[in-house]
Each structure stands twice: as structure tokens, then as C-alpha cells.
Design a binder for this molecule. Sequence first.
Ligand code: CA
Length: 229
Amino acid sequence: MRLLLVEDEGKVASHIKRGLEQEGYAVDVVDDGEEALGMASVYQYDLIILDIMLPKKNGTQVLKELRDKRHYTPVIFLTAKNSTEEKILGLDLGADDYLTKPFEFEELCARIRAILRRHESVRDTKLTLSDLELNLVTHEVKRAGQKIDLTPKEYTLLEYLLYNQGKVLTRTMIVEHVWDQDFDSFTNVVDVYINHLRVKIDQPFEKKLLHTARGYGYVLREGDAADKD
Ligand code: CA
């Protein structure tokens, strides 16, 4: 999952970015409201963490403009003071949740998971397909009860595929949700990571879950032999 963090306090921003990356998210950071709107119009973020007090345009303006443009990406806003009016305004403008600064990083993670959990393929804290399961809290991945060790990027890729199971995902979609803006789009890194993942989640097992959709991209689903590549 790829997140946009809009926060003008450099130290806070880099602390949150580092923590979220350790949790397996791809994270872009911008430090003013105008840049936030620019990034949100270019990339399909899975979630936006939006500070209220920002240079150029504040968080509530950003949120209003996003919703006016029918951008329905989930938003968690960060409010510095315990201002009830600010919270009400943010929620009424279409934010999904808020956090009052200072907050515990673990609480931010739990709120992100709670929002992403509204997705249909999530049950409690797990994403599952057939005998494959990914635990969103512990980051443990298992197939047929066997633990599978994944690198952080392989984990993020599998998480994205599981959220979108049954749908054909193009390389562009995968890049946009799994890598951040520093990604070099001229490499074949998606295919390389898909192959790494295949070796770990599919190769030792009879039933294959990760399929190539020729000319399009990849799909994670329970397919029969006819669908196999
Ligand atoms: Ca701020």
C-alpha cells in the first residue's frame, strides 16, 4: 500500500515515514498543501495522512479540494491541538479519521489498518486467499500453515496483490501502489519481485495462486489449470 504523508515538520515527517516503511508501506512525503494536491492528482494513493497546519494551503482546504474533485482516497488528519471544532470540520469535510498530536506511532498504525480493513478481502487482521494468509499486525505470512519469510518489499507486494485478489493488475498499478516516487520506472523490478514471490509462495505448493495475465500484468487468484501460464 502506498501512502502520502503531508507534514511540514521535518523531524516528525521523517520519523513517521521511517516507521511506516518498516511496517511495509511505500511512503511519499510533501511539506505543503499545494504540493499535496499535486501529488494526489498524479498518484493513486491508498491513504493520505494530512496535517492540518500547513504552509500555502492548510489541511482542511486540501481535504475540501480533494473531495470537491471527487478524490475519495481515505484521509487521516493530524491536529495539533485538542480542538473539537477542527475535528468536526475535518470529519464533515470527508476525513475518515483523525489523530491529535502528539500521538503514539502504534496508534497511527492501528488507525491505518482499521481504514484499510474496510476492504472486502480483509478478515479481522488477516488477508487470506485459499491456504495463503498474511497477518497485517504481525506481518507473518503463511501458506498451508507453513511460515514464509519475505523481505519488506515482497511483503508489500503480496499485501497489495491480496487486497486486490481476483483482479488483473498492470505493472503500472503495481509500481504506483508498492513503490514510492523514487522508483526508477525503466527497470523490470516488478517482474523480478513477482518472481521472488512466486518462488516463495507458489513453487513449493501444488496449487498456484500467482498468475501471469499475458500482455497485461499479474493476478492473484485461485485458478484452475486452464488459467495457468
Ligand atoms: Ca504542521
